[in-house]
Design a protein around this ligand. Structure first.
Ligand code: AGP
Length: 609
């Protein structure tokens, strides 16, 4: 999704803007641009280009700009208006240039107002309408603060802005609503970014700009205003991530690097929340006692982690769980169970639908708990309590290590819920925790060692146009995630089905050569899933099986490509099996020569509705 960067100070500005834009490439974009105040401080030069940052850099080099003193930059992921040079940001008006993330919902009304004032438009973006509204207000007030607080009253929708007024060429102004923005400073000047990874090379201290605040970034630091007359404070925090963590570190793709990090991020997540032999999680005790129902709300892969969480919580803590898609939950009219807890899972903590669903739950008076990877992100800040996964920066659009970290934290939470609600003895709880901390990482490491073997099996999927994943129980939940992973990076159409449901319709799609991937990790359900697999085999399907060593030993297995995963017990198996399925999707996409880390049309963090 779109990315914002900005800098003002005594270091060369242009290289900072470009390096920061590159750090945001992973979010997904289709055009990029910058506005730079050159060293003489007289003119602001705006250059933009559809396509990658390389093309923008070529334009910058042709324009022979100096390195500048102040500037803003943007990567755009098209929402209003196709990807094009004119729709790319920054957008300019007579008195200013600005970059914007989000969607201005009342752009049509603003356009009518601005047409009456004599404005013309050169792009089809909502952002240009916002730029011209701010220009109109600035011409009236001649003051950036009055202008921006007035603009806040008139803009409807979501926004994060970085703005340079032409007659104040050494300051970057910023404000936001429902879209992230962070401010950082060092001895050289001030930085602005929509994502903390953009500023990691320069500083490890940042402030998340509060909604409604206007920031003025200057060479000698940042000032924050809660009204045109009132300076205020914003709290700065240290980020524990390093710039190196956001590098490929010798792997061909970030996705492969991140899958390989799973043993360490799971260990880090578990040890962060374990208090000796039991889950600590003291801060959530008041939220979780006496619960009769739990909602888990999230999008995409995070929602699929929620399904694994449902499996853990229902089996270990015996509390019923409904897993809800955030974009549905936010508008659902259905009554909620009184006294329930809603858990919101998000890697980024900035997913617009998840944030809106969280706000709805709060409005309805439901207690809220966030499971989030990005420190101080919006979901983390707005929930009643937060538990952080310790996955480090996840750069690949396809989420892998964040999912595994979420699942492992949900396993720990299930144990905590079990103890708190008296459905689990302390001894049993200690056994679960011991198994998680002693065996999970090594079980995943043993799957990682099969990467080459999985790569060979993936060769058989390359020509498939359609593919089915099937499983029962938690294996069906894993199938949903495996199917999403394959679709998003390999562009092979696939569907996940509960094995027993195939014969109620979908089996009509199975014909000679259809690829079917069966997931069998639960020994009690394996014989039933095998029945469904025989049904597809007898209709000509080609079979790949992901199954545990024990199931392989104890059942008569049909002719298939087989990837075995460790037996483990039920708390370990889903997470190590997920790793094998991630590798299968990865190798399929990599062998097809696709841009694995930046699949088409996708953004890392979906901050618009
Ligand atoms: C995962 O591979 C996806 N690209 C996507 O489904 C993602 O999980 C979803 O958008 C939710 O993101 P979040 O975890 O940052 O909220």
């Amino acid at each position: 999704m779109c990315g914002i960067v900005g800098y003002t100070g005594n270091k060369a500005c242009l290289p900072i803007l470009l390096e920061s834009l590159r750090a945001l490439e992973y979010r997904g974009y289709d055009s990029a641009g910058i506005s730079l105040v050159e060293k003489d401080g007289r003119a602001i030069c705006t250059l933009k280009s559809v396509g990658g940052i390389d093309l923008l850099e070529r334009k910058i080099s042709d324009a022979k700009l100096d390195t500048g003193i102040c500037g803003i930059g943007h990567t755009r992921w098209a929402t209003h208006g196709a990807p094009s040079d004119s729709n790319a940001h920054p957008h300019t008006a007579e008195s200013l240039t600005l970059v914007h993330n989000g969607i201005i919902e009342n752009h049509a009304e603003l356009e009518t107002l601005l047409l009456r004032e004599g404005y013309n438009f050169y792009s089809s973006t909502d952002t240009e309408r916002a730029a011209k509204l701010i220009d109109l207000l600035y011409k009236r007030t001649k003051d950036p603060l009055f202008t921006l607080f007035e603009a806040q009253k008139m803009l409807v929708g979501s926004y994060a802005f970085g703005i340079i007024f032409k007659d104040r060429p050494t300051s970057v102004y910023a404000m936001r609503k429902n879209s992230p923005l962070v401010v950082a400073t060092d001895e050289s000047g001030s930085y602005l970014a929509s994502d903390v990874t953009a500023i990691l090379p320069y500083t490890d201290s940042f402030a998340v700009l509060d909604e409604g605040i206007v920031a003025e970034l200057c060479e000698d630091g940042a000032k924050f205003y809660s009204s045109p007359f009132c300076l205020c404070e914003q709290s700065f925090q240290k980020v524990s991530w390093s710039a190196e963590q956001a590098q490929k570190g010798g792997f061909e793709h970030f996705m492969l690097k991140e899958i390989n990090e799973e043993p360490s991020v799971i260990s880090a997540t578990l040890s962060h929340h374990l208090d000796s032999t039991l889950p600590g999680l003291k801060n959530i005790e008041r939220l979780i006692s006496g619960l009769s129902h739990i909602y888990i709300v999230a999008c995409g892969t995070a929602m699929h982690a929620g399904l694994v969480g449902k499996y853990y919580i229902e089996r270990i803590a015996k509390i019923p769980v409904s897993v809800e898609i955030a974009s549905e939950f936010r508008y659902a009219d259905s009554p909620l169970h009184k006294g329930s807890l809603a858990i919101f899972i998000s890697q980024s903590g900035e997913t617009a639908d998840t944030l809106a669903a969280l706000r709805r739950a709060k409005e309805l008076g439901i207690s809220t708990l966030a499971i989030v990877n990005v420190f101080a992100s919006s979901v983390a800040r707005e929930a009643d309590e937060v538990l952080y996964t310790q996955a480090g920066p996840e750069i690949s659009v396809a989420s892998t290590k964040a999912y595994s970290a979420q699942c492992s934290l949900l396993a720990l939470l299930a144990v905590k819920l079990g103890i708190t609600n008296f459905s689990l003895s302390t001894q049993k709880a200690e056994e679960y925790c011991k198994r998680l901390s002693d065996e999970l990482a090594s079980s995943i490491s043993s799957v990682l060692q099969k990467s080459e073997e999985i790569a060979k099996i993936s060769s058989k999927l390359l020509t498939a146009e359609h593919l089915f994943y099937i499983g029962r129980g938690v294996d069906y939940y894993l199938a949903l995630e495996a199917s999403l992973k394959l679709k998003e990076i390999s562009y092979i159409h696939s569907e996940a089905y509960p094995a027993g449901e195939l014969k109620h319709g979908t089996i009509s799609l199975i014909s000679k050569g259809t690829q079917v991937i069966g997931i069998l990790t639960d020994p009690s359900l394996a014989p039933k899933t095998l029945l469904s697999l025989h049904e597809v085999l007898s209709r000509g399907a080609r079979l790949t099986l992901i199954c545990t060593e024990r199931i392989l030993r104890e059942n008569s297995i049909p002719d298939a490509n087989i990837i075995t995963v460790p037996d483990g017990d039920r708390i370990l198996r889903p997470i190590s099996t997920a790793c094998a399925l991630q590798l299968l999707a990865y190798h399929t996409a990599a062998k097809k020569g696709l841009d694995v880390d930046k699949p088409r049309n996708l953004a890392k963090s979906v901050t618009v509705e």
